[in-house]
Design a protein around this ligand. Structure first.
Ligand code: NAP
Length: 248
């Protein structure tokens, strides 16, 4: 059976590296994006140029109806789903808690928690042996911030990733006997465009030298951990996490 993977937020950063690496390992890949269709199409074109199978599907994971449409598009275009990487995530401008309003908390949690929750639901409905599926694997892309708290920067984001970790553990145990493994990767400080959204594009260069490994991470280093957890090499791992954070 073909491995069919959805990578949410697969057009840029960690998601793009994950999509490319998965395709190189034989997965048919759905590259989901929210706004940047051009970036997602670029990832798809590179995969196809290498002989792989990929499609780009736009959907905001924070919107339930769009998530449902995303999974239906994959059913129709790639076939039965076997893997999901809940990678799409956002953060907002660096701020202290006393500066953060309710609307911002809602936006961050909508993408970082509600999105993975609804995506996981759609995946379980397709993959669980309880529903006639053939099993599969889910990896949630979390952050070391879930445990460090991101004080002075984005405690709202850190809290959303802690919620994602709880989803990982609870769902993993809920579906462990139904052929589905659910794991998390907690990334450290990685070279992507997300730091510009926080208002500090050069954040990785600033903080990299302060880390135990004295450098920021490359998205491919996170992608490799994600692909291992998706693979049969990780057949006895569920409700577990890999930190990819240079010792942070
Ligand atoms: P990025 O370069 O900013 O890329 C984010 C991707 O997510 C983009 O493809 C974006 O789509 C997509 N996205 C955002 N909101 C979405 C939504 N509501 N629906 C669908 N797609 C959405 O970020 P990144 O650094 O690669 O981050 C990927 C994941 O790693 C996130 O969950 C992030 O929290 C986590 N992480 C990153 C770091 C780090 O240092 N970079 C550290 C720890 C954890 P568009 O291209 O359409 O905008």
């Amino acid at each position: 059976m073909d491995n069919v993977l959805i990578v949410t937020g697969g057009g840029r950063g960690i998601g793009a590296e994950t999509a490319r690496l998965a395709a190189a390992r034989g997965y048919a890949v759905c590259v989901n994006y929210r706004n940047n269709r051009e970036a997602a199409n670029g990832v798809v074109a590179a995969i196809r140029a290498g002989g792989g199978t990929a499609v780009a599907v736009g959907a905001d994971v924070a919107v339930e109806s769009e998530v449902v449409r995303l999974f239906e598009a994959v059913d129709a275009q790639l076939g039965p789903l076997t893997a999901l990487v809940n990678n799409a995530g956002i953060l907002e401008t660096q701020a202290r808690v006393e500066q953060i309003d309710a609307a911002r908390v809602d936006r961050v949690f909508a993408t970082n928690v509600r999105g993975p929750f609804i995506c996981a639901r759609e995946a379980v409905r397709r993959m669980s042996t309880r529903h006639g599926g053939a099993g599969g694997a889910i990896v949630n892309v979390s952050s070391r911030a879930a445990q460090l708290g991101a004080p002075g920067e984005y405690v709202d984001y850190a809290a959303s990733k802690a919620a994602l970790d709880a989803l990982t553990i609870g769902l993993a145990r809920e579906v462990a006997a139904e052929g589905i493994r659910v794991n998390g990767v907690r990334a450290g400080i990685i070279y992507t465009e997300i730091h510009a959204a926080g208002g500090e594009p050069d954040r990785v260069d600033r903080l990299g030298p302060t880390l135990p490994m004295q450098r920021g991470g490359d998205p491919i280093e996170v992608a490799r951990a994600i692909l291992w957890l998706l693979s049969d090499e990780a057949s006895y791992s569920t409700a577990s996490f890999i930190d990819v954070a240079g010792g942070r």
